[in-house]
Each structure stands twice: as C-alpha cells, then as structure tokens.
Design a protein around this ligand. Structure first.
Ligand SMILES: Nc1ncnc2c1ncn2[C@@H]1O[C@H](COP(=O)(O)OP(=O)(O)OP(=O)(O)O)[C@@H](O)[C@H]1O
Length: 497
C-alpha cells in the first residue's frame, strides 16, 4: 500500500480527530481530506509537467496538505520555508525548475517577482461534500522508487544539495518509527522542525499513518521563549521530537518537568549530538520517560539508528552512543568512517550526478552512502559517533578532532555548552584552537580560565589544549534548531576570518 493511501485511509477512519493543532486553531483529518482534494485538483490543472513542485510556506496545516496533494498527483515536493533567505530560495528554485510553485503563506514583496508564476493557497473550502472526498484517486500517487520529496541540506559544509528521497525510503523509515518506539494510541506529537528540515518527517509520517495529532509550533513560538513556554504549558504532547539544542532551551523553564507534563512520556532526538549533559538534565526532569537518541543524515532518510538513553547507559558511556541500525540498514565502519548501506539510502542529489557519485555508491548490490562522520563499534555491538571527519584539523602537526575536545569540555561540571573552533591563517593553516563556551559563571576571568585548563588537562592530550577561551551567554541556532557553527565562528573571529 502506498503511504498516501494509508494516510487517506486513516483520515477516513478518524475524520473527527485533530490532525494538526496550530497555535490558533485545530484541523481535523476530515479537513485534511478536503484540502488535499482541492489542492491536488488545482495542481493537476496548472502544473506544467511532471517535475517536482516547489512548496513555499510555513509549518502549518495548509502546507502539510499541499505536500500530500503534490504526492497524490505523482510528483515530488520540495519544501521551502517562507522565511528562507532570498538567495537560497532563488538558488533552490533555479536548480529545481519545478512544474509548479505553490505558496501557502503571503509572499514578501522581495519574493514577488521571483515567485511570479505561483498558485496561492491561503484557505480551503471546508464545505466540500463527503462523497467528493471519498473519490480521491491514488492511481497516479508517488510509489516505489519515485521521488517523494527533495530536501535541500543546510549547507554547513558547502553549497546546498537537493537530497532526493524515494517513496520506499520514506516507507521504510515510517515503518521503523511505528514499530521501534513506544506505541501511544492517539499520539500527540511535537512538530518543531521546519518542513524543509528532514527532522520534520519524524513527526509527520508516523503521526499521519497512525491517526496521531501534530502539535505544530509557529516560528514566533520557536524564537520567543515566553510564547514557547506558554504554548508548551497549554498543550498536551505525548511524543517529543526535536534537536537536542531545542530541548536545551525548554529545560530552562522550571515547569518543563514530569510533574507538570505527566502525559509527555517519550523523547526522540536527532540532527546533532545529544550531549551527556543534556541527556542527564532531561532524565532528571522526566525520570520515567523513554528517551531515544537517533542518528542519521538527510541522505539516509531521517534516522537509521537508535538507542534508548537510560541512567545505566549514561553511566557506561562518556559520550552518548548512536545505537544500533534499523532493520533494512547495515552500518559499517570503513577507515573510521560510518557507511550506511541499505533501503534507507536516498536516490542521490537531485540532477547532480557529480555530487551523487562522490557520496553514494553500491556495496554488495545495495545502495550505500559515505556519511563523512567518524565512528566505531564497541564490544556490545553499539555504534558510537566520533564527530564529523571535516571537523578534524591539523594543529602543530597533530591530527585533532575538535568535537573530541568539546565532549571533554562538556564533561566539566561548570561547562554548559562547548564548541571548539580552529582559527586559520590566510594559507588555511590552523594557528589557534578556540574554545567557545557557555558556563555557569557570569563573569569568568583569567583565574576561571586557568582553573578550567587545570581541570581539562588530565582529560586530553596536551597538544589538544585550546589556545584561547571565549565565553558567550548563549550559542546561536540555525533555522533547523542546531548550533550554528558558521555564525558562531563569524561572531568569534569576525566576518572576514
Ligand atoms: N544523534 C546524533 N549524534 C551525533 N551527530 C548527529 C546525530 N544525528 C545527526 N548528527 C549529525 O548531523 C548530520 C546530518 O545532518 P543533516 O542531514 O541535517 O545535514 P547537515 O549536515 O546539518 O547539513 P549539511 O549537509 O548541509 O552540512 C550527521 O551526518 C551527523 O554529523
């Protein structure tokens, strides 16, 4: 059965259930059927060809319905958040050459000419009759190896590339999510990640295929802590899905504890390293909850490994491991690099055979992907993440893993957050290692730094000792809710360095 068929079946089974809870209003599965019907009809009339459809909107009901409607017509959707900078939007549009552009939020003046030929969907006709909805035709709908969506990577490590994920990649991911974590009937799932970030599929597809509800945060709520805490305190959430950096923000609110949120019983993280510190704080706040660390790049469809985080696990590991591979996937270590093999590996980079050939390959007749992440497998058969290979630098002739230093800094009780940056000269030679820290001291002075160094010294090789310590009140996050290392480097070194 195609994913969209399952979703439509669920919608017909639970028409009155809430599918999306936005800040201002709830939408039902019945309304989802109506919106899909209207948008797909309009698209079928107006699309120029069978190419993907550019979907420009916010994280809301209408954008979700649009993405599903696009799949119903047999096309792939490209989700682009309405707050995406102009240059990036233009770059994606030029690369995609879409068959249609659908916008679900008013377009800012600056984007008006760029998105000139657009189909606007700001509302739907809620009065559509029952029989018209049941007529939804799925014969054209995306299936098998056809592309389900194209998500552009954030570009932390270069020019953004469009990852083309097939229907079967997504089906395998959804089946895994639905069977490998806690089963919660009528699951109310947090939708924090933007649709343009593949962490969003962790919420969308498990929810829609099981009759769950998406508790969707607006942009205002994710950037304004007061609004965020207000919303969390008046919402019922069973399953929490976010980046670790996002839950760090929520842990600042004293009411983010099990006593105030007894219904919040499951946490699933992905997208960046879950630090020991964050995991410990969360376990202290929600001692009974099932907490999972999952790992994977966009190129392998959401996540491909997981581990339950418990006090025992934290006692046994100084760095939270990434666990064991999902069914259908094999993780291998080749030359210290994590290689993903199997049915989660995406089709490649959209219409970019050169970049695809650099990262994707065949192994024993299966699709395989070079993650660019360093890792190892331990005696328990558990995979461990050792940082990104491109965050390894040569300093004074020694090979140094910046994230290794970070994890040791984080093991010190007074360090809340840590990023180590390599400062390069004009010839790309590393001339300094700069530890950028958030600490529990308002005005750290020289003596404070000296003390930190003394504490750090027995934990690392002496050539790994940062040459400079910089203290910040907090770290900037990118629009995907991960620590923004590029912006941090610009803040610390100045724009031209
Ligand atoms: N549980 C985890 N622990 C540690 N690192 C993780 C975890 N989950 C994801 N990551 C890191 O995030 C990467 C995947 O991120 P994603 O696919 O969102 O793109 P990105 O790397 O942020 O963007 P770009 O590819 O443009 O640089 C992984 O390769 C890994 O480095």
């Amino acid at each position: 059965m195609k994913l969209i068929e399952r979703i439509l079946e669920v919608a017909r089974t639970y028409p009155e259930r809430v599918v999306v809870a936005e800040k201002e209003r709830d939408y039902t599965y019945h309304e989802l059927l109506i919106a899909i019907k209207q948008i797909s009809q309009e698209l079928a009339k107006k699309a120029k060809n069978e190419r993907p459809v550019f979907v420009f909107g916010k994280n809301d009901f209408l954008t979700l319905a649009t993405m599903l409607a696009v799949n119903l017509t047999g096309r792939a959707y490209i989700p682009v958040d309405a707050h995406t900078p102009f240059e990036r939007t233009e770059m994606i549009l030029n690369a995609a050459k879409p068959s249609a552009v659908i916008v679900t939020a008013p377009v800012a003046d600056k984007f008006d000419s760029l998105l000139q030929e657009r189909i606007e969907f700001f509302e739907f006709d809620a009065a559509l009759k029952e029989d018209e909805i049941t007529e939804l035709d799925t014969t054209q709908a995306v299936s098998g190896d056809e592309t389900n969506y194209i998500i552009y990577t954030s570009g932390t490590t270069g020019v953004p590339k469009g990852v083309a994920v097939s229907h079967d990649n997504l089906l395998s991911f959804t089946n895994w999510m639905n069977t490998s974590f806690e089963h919660i009937e009528g699951n109310q799932i947090l939708e924090q990640a933007l649709y343009s970030f593949d962490l969003s599929i962790f919420s969308i597809y498990p929810s829609l295929t099981t009759g769950g509800s998406l508790v969707t945060l607006s942009r205002e709520e994710t950037i304004n802590f007061k609004l965020l805490f207000e919303r969390l305190n008046r919402s019922v959430i069973n399953t929490w899905i976010s980046t670790p950096s996002f839950v760090d923000i929520c842990l600042l609110d004293p009411s983010f504890v099990a006593e105030k949120h007894p219904e919040l019983t499951q946490f699933i993280f992905c997208g960046e390293e879950l630090t020991h510190k964050t995991a410990q704080k969360l376990l202290a706040a929600f001692p009974e909850a099932a907490i999972y660390n999952t790992y994977g790049p966009t190129e392998a469809t959401g996540a491909i490994s997981s581990v339950r985080v418990t006090d025992e696990l934290l006692a046994a590991y100084s760095r939270v491991p990434i666990g064991k591979a999902k069914s259908g996937v094999e993780l291998r270590i080749v030359d210290d690099e994590l290689i993903i093999v199997g049915d989660s590996v995406a089709k490649g980079y959209f219409e970019n055979p050169v970049k695809t050939a650099e990262a994707f390959f065949e192994l024993d007749g299966k699709r395989a992907y070079h993650t660019g992440d360093a890792g190892f497998i331990d005696e328990q058969g558990i995979f461990n993440y050792n940082g990104r290979i491109d965050f390894q630098v040569k300093f004074n002739g020694f090979r140094i893993e910046l994230q290794d230093i970070e994890s040791h800094l984080l093991s010190l009780p007074e360090v809340e957050k840590a990023v180590v940056l390599a400062k390069e000269n004009d010839f790309h030679k590393v001339v300094a290692l700069v530890a950028v820290l958030v600490v529990n001291e308002k005005t750290p002075d020289r003596a404070y730094t000296k003390n930190l160094k003394t504490e750090l010294a027995p934990l690392i090789m002496d050539y790994m000792m940062p040459t400079k310590f910089v203290y910040l009140e907090d770290f900037p996050l990118n629009q995907n809710g991960k620590i923004d290392r590029k912006l941090l480097a610009a803040q610390v070194f100045g724009e031209n360095n």
